[in-house]
Design a protein around this ligand. Structure first.
Ligand code: AKG
Ligand code: FE2
Length: 333
C-alpha cells in the first residue's frame, strides 16, 4: 500500500465497533481421552488439561511397572498430580520421586534427619514462610530439577495453600504473533536476583563468593519445548529470570512484566488446599508454583524430594554442601 494510503482516515462504523470490542478469546481445550490411556490409574482432572487427582494409589505397597509408566505419563499430561493423604516412610517418598527421574540430594533446604534425600521446609514462629513468589525450581542451573514430590506433614489451622500454573497452557493461549516473537528469545537466570542471595550471605561472604564462582548466570530459551509432552512452555519466572537477552532492558522488563501477569491468570492455575499428609508431584518445566504465606506464626512442614535428569553433569550434587565445602577449600582457577 503506498504510504499516502496509510494516512489517518476516519474509521467506518463497523471498524469503530470492532475497535471497541472488549471480548476476550476463549481458551481452546482438547480433552485427553483417559480411559484408553490410563488402565491402572484412576485420574480426575481438576482443570482442563492441567492438574489431576490420582485416587486409589497406596504408596506403602511397591509400585508396579505399568503404574510407574502411567504415573510418568500423567505427570507429562497434567503437569501436577495430587495424591490423597497417606502416611509414608522417607524411603517410600524417595521411591516415588525415583519413578520420575534420578533422586537429587537437594539444594539449599534443611535435610530431614531420617533421610539424606529428603529436604524439609519448616515454617513456624521463628521461621516465617517465605516462598510466596512464583517460580520454577532452580532455573539458575543449566539443568534445573525435573520435578519434585512434596508431602505437607503438618498443616496450619487455615491457609498454607500452594498454587501452580500451567506454563504450557499459558503459552498456548497467546496469539501466534506473540508466540513466534517469544520463541526466538532466550533469557538469563540467576539465583543472585532471588532470596537465595540473602540466605547465603547469612553464612558469610565466602559462601556468597563461592556460590558466585560455582553458579554463574545461565541462559535458557524463553519458550521451552517439553521433551516428553512436546508442548511448548513459557520458561521465565519472576524469582530467577534477570532479563531477556539482547533486548534493551526496558523492552525486556516490559515483556517479562506482561508474561508474569499472563502467567498469573486464574485460567491456568490450580489453587490447592492441603490436608495433612497430602502429596503433590509436579513437573518443573511445564509449571510454576507459589506457596501462600498467609498462616504465620502457625507451623507448616513441607517434606520434599526432588528428581533430576540423570544425564545432567550436576546430577547428584548437593548445591548447599558444595558451596559450604568450597568456602574453606582450595580456590578455583
Ligand atoms: O511449600 C510449598 O507448598 C512449596 C514450596 C516450594 O516452593 C518447593 O517445595 O519447591
Ligand atoms: Fe519451589
Amino acid at each position: 500500500m503506498p504510504d499516502s494510503d496509510k494516512t489517518i482516515r476516519p474509521l467506518t462504523a463497523a471498524q469503530a465497533r470492532k475497535g471497541l470490542d472488549l471480548r476476550r478469546r476463549p481458551i481452546r481445550f482438547d480433552a485427553i481421552e483417559l480411559t484408553s490411556r490410563y488402565r491402572h490409574l484412576q485420574i480426575t482432572p481438576r482443570m482442563p488439561g492441567f492438574a489431576a487427582w490420582i485416587d486409589g494409589l497406596d504408596l506403602t505397597k511397591p509400585l508396579t511397572t505399568p503404574i510407574k509408566r502411567e504415573l510418568r505419563q500423567a505427570l507429562w499430561d497434567f503437569g501436577v498430580l495430587f495424591l490423597r493423604p497417606q502416611q509414608i516412610s522417607a524411603e517410600q517418598h524417595v521411591a516415588l520421586a525415583g519413578v520420575f527421574g534420578k533422586v537429587s540430594p537437594g539444594s539449599f533446604f534443611e535435610r530431614s534427619p531420617d533421610h539424606a534425600n529428603v529436604e524439609m521446609i519448616v515454617s513456624d514462629r521463628d521461621r516465617p514462610p517465605g516462598i510466596d513468589q512464583w517460580h520454577t525450581d532452580i532455573t539458575w542451573m543449566q539443568y534445573p530439577a525435573l520435578g519434585t514430590v512434596i508431602q505437607i506433614t503438618e498443616t496450619p489451622p487455615a491457609g498454607g495453600n500452594t498454587c501452580w500454573v500451567s506454563t504450557s497452557k499459558a503459552f498456548a493461549a497467546l496469539s501466534s504473533g506473540m508466540q513466534a516473537y517469544l520463541a526466538r528469545l532466550s533469557a538469563t537466570h540467576t539465583w543472585e536476583v532471588s532470596g537465595f542471595r540473602d540466605a547465603l550471605a547469612r553464612h558469610g561472604e565466602q559462601a556468597l563468593l563461592e556460590a558466585m564462582r560455582l553458579y554463574k548466570p545461565v541462559s535458557h530459551p524463553v519458550v521451552l519445548r517439553h521433551p516428553q509432552s512436546g508442548r511448548d512452555c513459557l520458561y521465565v519466572n519472576s524469582t530467577f529470570t534477570k532479563r531477556i537477552n539482547g533486548l534493551d532492558l526496558r523492552e525486556s522488563d516490559g515483556v517479562l512484566r506482561f508474561l508474569y501477569d499472563w502467567l498469573q491468570r486464574p485460567d491456568f492455575m490450580v489453587h490447592h488446599q492441603w490436608e495433612r499428609n497430602g502429596i503433590a508431584i509436579w513437573d518443573n518445566r511445564s509449571t510454576q508454583h507459589y506457596a501462600n504465606a498467609d498462616y504465620w506464626p502457625h507451623r507448616r512442614v513441607n517434606r520434599r524430594v526432588t528428581f533430576e535428569d540423570p544425564r545432567s553433569p550436576q546430577a547428584g550434587v548437593n548445591v548447599f554442601d558444595q558451596v559450604m565445602k568450597g568456602r574453606s577449600g582450595p580456590k578455583a582457577q
